[in-house]
Design a protein around this ligand. Structure first.
Ligand code: ADP
Length: 483
């Protein structure tokens, strides 16, 4: 019999997304089913999920979840994605809001309550529904309490169930004041530095790491980097290094049902590695959409990103005068921190007609950029995995990346025809500019750039390979939990 696995996550495509986590949770279950694994998913019923027109129905089942000294009734809703069953936890007080975690300015003040309710609600729901999973796969700090509940308050019900935790980004740890500890209802023994305490505070990411049988992150390089310095480990590098024997990296895959220029409904014309004509149509449409004044024959660089410190906008902005001198056009789609919104808007003014910016989160536009750009720039300071470099490859849009985390693992430098993109090492405007110059140089050689595009489009980063690896590590986690 195949494994019975529960996946808990705070976002998932097509229901709710702020970043790569949603892409992963939207695609991984389908690939796991290909491995013969039965998957049940749990996520919150946010306002945008309820309003999204999905086929989601009330089950009539309610679970009572203790939050501090309150007991809150959580209703279970049910839907499907591929073959997997999804349960949505409905608690309007916490999830019927405009955003998932907070506004651009600030996180919601009661996130500890919201995600304690979610985590404990998942545990209660699994028991109420009689699922009996072999393993619970938790993702990021929002689910970091689940492994603790499994190993403490609910240990008798979950003695044969493995706790598996995936870190999608160390930069978000869910840190809350010690005064919130009562919200969790956990025994005080859990509030110590060997467990979920972190310098006198509660750290939910740490809690997931410490209490799980196996911990993974989304690339091999990132799994090594986060054990080294604070830049990567964000204060948990020691905790991770200590658990080196149960920490693994599995590169994310791509959902080619969503990201495929041959079938993509969002783009001006479809194309494939056999016939690239449609890509030129997409480029023309993108130039027009952004109101740029560049010629079709000039190289166009795309950027789609959350606007945060992680993504390298400081070196990009510093390098822009030199990059623009190379005769390129740039289109940016981004949402996030105000200071970077302002920076992008300023660049658009300075390089009017050659540097286009749209602030906001726009899925259809992100497809049009992947299809219409010649190059895709990702100068990240750190990058757990990154997804846009994979999408770019598939769309024949050559990635220019910094060698960190998953970018380092998936992109190799062109170097006279060997690699699949352009890659620079040093986090500096100079290194970035030099690499863009190399890319622009290659762009002038029509034959060579076409050959590189075709090669990139032919590479396969589908989820199958990663699902095989998850399957192996699920089995290892179960043997540890039951051993
Ligand atoms: P992260 O999770 O750090 O944001 P990833 O590269 O792993 O980075 O995933 C980001 C995902 O979110 C990609 O699918 C990307 O296309 C998408 N994305 C990021 N910003 C935007 C935006 N402003 N509009 C539309 N999609 C976006």
């Amino acid at each position: 019999m195949g494994l019975n696995v529960v996946i808990a996550a705070s976002e998932m495509l097509p229901f709710a997304k702020t970043g790569g986590l949603a892409d992963v949770i939207g695609a991984l279950p389908g690939a796991l089913e290909g491995e013969g694994i039965e998957v049940t998913i749990f996520m919150p019923l946010y306002r945008e999920v309820a309003a999204g027109g999905f086929d989601i129905n009330a089950t009539g089942i309610t679970v009572n979840v203790a939050i501090g000294n309150r007991v809150i009734a959580v209703e279970l809703y049910k839907g499907r994605h591929d073959k997997a069953v999804i349960y949505y936890l409905r608690c309007d007080e916490y999830f019927d809001r405009s955003y998932l975690y907070g506004t651009d300015e600030a996180a919601y003040f009661d996130n500890i309550e919201r995600f304690t309710l979610f985590s404990r609600g998942v545990i209660e729901a699994i028991m109420r529904l009689g699922i009996n999973p072999d393993l619970i796969h938790c993702n990021d700090w929002q689910t970091g309490l689940i492994p603790v509940y499994m190993k403490t308050l609910y240990s008798s019900a979950f003695s044969n169930t493995a706790a598996f935790f995936t870190i999608h980004n160390m930069a978000y740890q869910g840190v809350f004041p010690a005064s919130s500890f009562d919200v969790t209802g956990l025994p005080y023994s859990a509030f110590n530095p060997e467990a979920l305490e972190y310098w006198g505070q509660i750290n939910l990411l740490k809690s997931g790491i410490v209490y799980s049988d196996i911990v993974t992150t989304v690339s091999e390089s990132y799994s090594r980097e986060i054990q080294t310095t604070e830049d990567f480990g964000r204060g948990l590098e020691g905790v991770l290094a200590e658990r080196n024997d149960r920490l693994f990296g599995i590169l994310n895959g791509v959902d080619y049902d969503i990201w495929n220029p041959q079938t993509d409904k969002h783009i001006a014309a479809n194309y494939s590695n056999k016939d690239l004509k449609g890509k030129a149509v997409c480029k023309k449409a993108l130039i027009k959409e952004y109101g740029l004044k560049i010629r079709q024959g000039e190289p166009l660089i795309g950027i789609i990103s959350r606007l945060t410190d992680q993504k390298g906008f400081d070196i990009m902005a510093e390098g822009m005068p030199a990059v623009m001198k190379l005769g390129v056009g740039v289109v940016v789609l981004g949402s996030g921190e105000r200071k970077y919104q302002d920076l992008m808007t300023k660049l658009a003014k300075t390089y009017k007609g050659r540097f286009g910016v749209k602030i906001g989160f726009d899925n259809a536009l992100s497809h049009r950029i992947e299809a219409g750009a010649d190059f895709f720039l990702m100068p990240s300071r750190f990058e757990p995995c990154g997804l846009n470099q994979f999408y770019s490859l598939k769309y024949g849009t050559i990635p220019i990346v910094r060698a960190t985390g998953g970018l380092d693992d998936s992109i190799s430098d062109y170097k006279g025809g060997k690699g699949n993109g352009f890659k620079f090492k040093r986090y500096s405007a100079k290194a970035l500019t030099r690499k863009v110059a190399e890319a622009v140089e290659l762009f002038k050689d029509k034959k060579a750039i076409k050959a590189l595009r075709i090669k990139a489009m032919t590479e396969d980063y589908s989820w199958k390979r990663s699902a095989v690896r998850y399957h192996e590590l699920y089995k290892l986690a179960i043997s540890k939990a039951q051993g």
